[in-house]
Design a protein around this ligand. Structure first.
Ligand code: BTN
Length: 278
């Protein structure tokens, strides 16, 4: 544990709320961003979006919060969500896809998010399967999709996105300090959260439109082009199993393909991937 030093206390957090009027008027999207539900503080934007979707909220509505008290990540992890510095939002989607195709939404969102990040920083973003966005090998953003389906159709998908924008390293909890980064850190200056959010909703709208109109075959090469671990030796932790091999890319449905040294390929549909070689 770090010793407390009174002279190294971080400066007070600047309270600079998001100006949503600035965003809504200039969105120009077809399906997403139809309505914003804004909170100073909430448990988790995903949890609230689910509550809205369960009571009939239509596709395109966005839940956004300045601060999450219970931000959630993949694999049961938590998502560090300090106030007034980053982006925490969840979109309600009602895609006309079979439940088996729900993972395509996550990968499509990763392509859109990487495009948005690329518009704000010279350093190229990389996607870590299935949907982390890395800059300089460190985690900048994550996506948590949660869906409600029956046997034949998807009722709704909650697409939750967290992006570290103006998150100084000294404010990051020690547990993530070595693995996480922010746009401010990589770009050397603060980022307008309004501009980032507007561009993100526009990129999501465009990519989601491509998925619905033309299918995942058009999205997959865009995802592969940003795949950061292609050709690298990876370790995949799955429930009750560990797999080591070379990351090849994704299968037609978004599953990760990992090849062992005998040339045998395995499909990974859920798991945690780390590169064990550069
Ligand atoms: C991950 O990489 O593990 C996914 C992180 C997703 C975090 C976002 S922040 C907005 C939304 N609300 C949540 O509780 N989680 C997602």
């Amino acid at each position: 544990m770090q010793a407390k030093d009174p002279d190294r206390r971080p400066a007070a957090v600047e309270i600079n709320p998001l100006n949503l009027d600035e965003i809504q008027g200039a969105l120009g999207t077809k399906r997403l961003g139809t309505r914003f539900h804004y909170f100073q503080e909430i448990d988790s934007t995903n949890s609230h979006a689910r509550r809205l979707a369960e009571t009939g909220a239509p596709e395109g509505e966005v839940v956004i919060a300045e601060h999450q008290t219970g931000g959630r990540g993949r694999l049961g992890r938590s998502w560090v969500s300090p106030p007034y510095s980053n982006l925490y939002c969840s979109l309600i989607l009602r895609p006309a896809l079979a439940p088996a195709h729900a993972p395509q939404i996550t990968l499509t969102a990763a392509v859109a998010l990487a495009d948005t990040v690329a518009a704000f920083v010279a350093e190229p973003p990389a996607i870590k399967w299935p949907n982390d966005i890395l800059l300089q090998g460190k985690k900048l953003a994550g996506i948590l999709t949660e869906s409600s389906c029956d046997a034949k159709r998807i009722d709704f998908v909650i697409l939750g996105i967290g992006v570290n924008l103006n998150f100084p390293r000294e404010r990051m909890p020690e547990a993530i300090r070595d693995r996480a980064t922010s746009l401010m850190e990589v770009g050397g200056q603060g980022v307008s959260r309004e501009n980032f959010l507007r561009r993100l909703i526009q990129d999501l709208d465009r990519c989601y439109g491509v998925l619905e109109d033309f299918g995942f075959d058009v999205i997959a090469p865009r995802w592969q082009a940003r795949f950061g671990f292609k050709g690298k030796t990876v370790r995949v932790e799955m429930e009750g199993d560990v797999l080591i091999g070379q990351a090849v890319g994704i299968d037609h449905d978004g599953a990760l393909l990992v090849e062992n040294d005998r040339g045998e390929r395995r499909r990974v549909v859920a798991g945690d991937v780390t590169a064990i070689e550069d």
